[in-house]
Write a protein of this length. Structure first.
Length: 319
């Protein structure tokens, strides 16, 4: 396969040929953006796992099937998705009408629209006309002192503001998301927040915080950026789907649950035996990779020996 030009140039620089028009031949050249795994790599994962396919639809990969992920908005290939094991601590992650989700002055209409995975399983959450209380759905419990990533898919259907609250981080604390502009408008008490467009008006909203009390996760719905207590019109609201609570300092791919918590196993991709020794030089060489980390930062690195535990690997070259 052709050598990625950026990586080839890096090889040339590493070998001292930066000013030479002749690019050295790479001993190993892996392009993970093609959607095909090199036959020399053995991949395992003992559970299913979710990813965005080439059409931008959230899909499920079978046990031991690699996940070649794509940006759901631009459809650009991200590469091979490698993640550590994580557990979704919320049950009924797509069923906000279930009793596992407490409702505060809200009504939930089940299966009201098409979800990011293409199924008609997203629920509509409608605030009541009671103006004296907040309007929310909440579930789960946490351990004090543990850092969690909270995430949910949301889409405006009349009201534009979603607040992620809870974890004991203060009554006025939380992350505020504008589903009209697709932006994070404020973060209080949580350490960080982010929002990702996944197409068709849907956003994955993420907040990271360290729990100070055992209270679980609250998703508050509002028609303004400043008021949690207001009088709803009885019909407007927000579509919600795919809630996730996981212990960790960053969010990982969505893990669907029903009656119990679900764990996604770690992705493991290895090259061993002659598949490895046929190109690896023990005494000299440069490994150069391009990957996206959990923070969404694209990196190009020489001498890379370890990737973060949530990374999209695009290219790898050894020369």
């Amino acid at each position: 396969m052709p050598i990625n030009s950026t990586l080839a140039a890096a090889c040339s620089k590493a070998l001292g040929f930066a000013d030479n028009p002749m690019i050295p031949t790479a001993a190993l050249n892996l392009d993970f953006t093609t959607g095909t795994l090199d036959s020399r790599i053995t991949f395992t994962r003992s559970t299913t796992g979710s990813y965005y396919n080439s059409a931008g639809v959230l899909s499920t990969a079978a046990i031991n099937a690699p996940r070649f992920d794509y940006n759901p908005s631009t459809l650009q290939a991200n590469g091979l998705l490698i993640e550590e094991s994580r557990t979704n601590l919320l049950t009924y992650s797509e069923q906000f009408d279930n009793a596992a989700w407490a409702k505060t002055e809200t009504t939930v209409i089940a299966n009201a629209t098409i979800a990011p995975d293409g199924t008609s399983t997203a629920d509509k959450v409608i605030p009541s006309t009671n103006s004296s209380v907040d309007h929310s759905v909440n579930s789960g419990s946490v351990t004090v002192g543990t850092t969690y990533a909270v995430s949910v898919y949301a889409k405006s259907v009349g009201y534009n503001y979603l607040f992620i609250r809870g974890l004991g981080l203060g009554g006025s604390g939380g992350a505020r998301f504008n589903l009209n502009t697709g932006t994070v408008e404020g973060v209080a008490n949580y350490s960080s927040a982010s929002i990702q467009s996944v197409g068709n008006g849907w956003y994955r909203c993420i907040a990271i915080g360290t729990a100070s009390a055992v209270t679980g996760v609250y998703f508050n719905i509002s028609n303004t950026a400043t008021q949690l207590a207001y009088s709803g019109d009885g019909t407007s609201g927000i579509y919600l789907w795919g809630a996730q609570l996981e212990a960790g300092s960053f969010a990982t791919s969505y893990i669907p649950t029903v009656a119990s918590q679900v764990t996604r196993a770690a992705d493991v991709a290895v090259m061993t035996g002659t598949n490895f020794s046929s190109w690896y030089n023990q005494t000299e060489g440069t490994v150069y990779t391009e990957y996206d980390s959990a923070g969404g930062v694209t990196r190009s690195e020489e001498h890379t020996s370890e990737l973060q535990s949530h990374s999209f690997i695009s290219y790898a070259v050894f020369c």
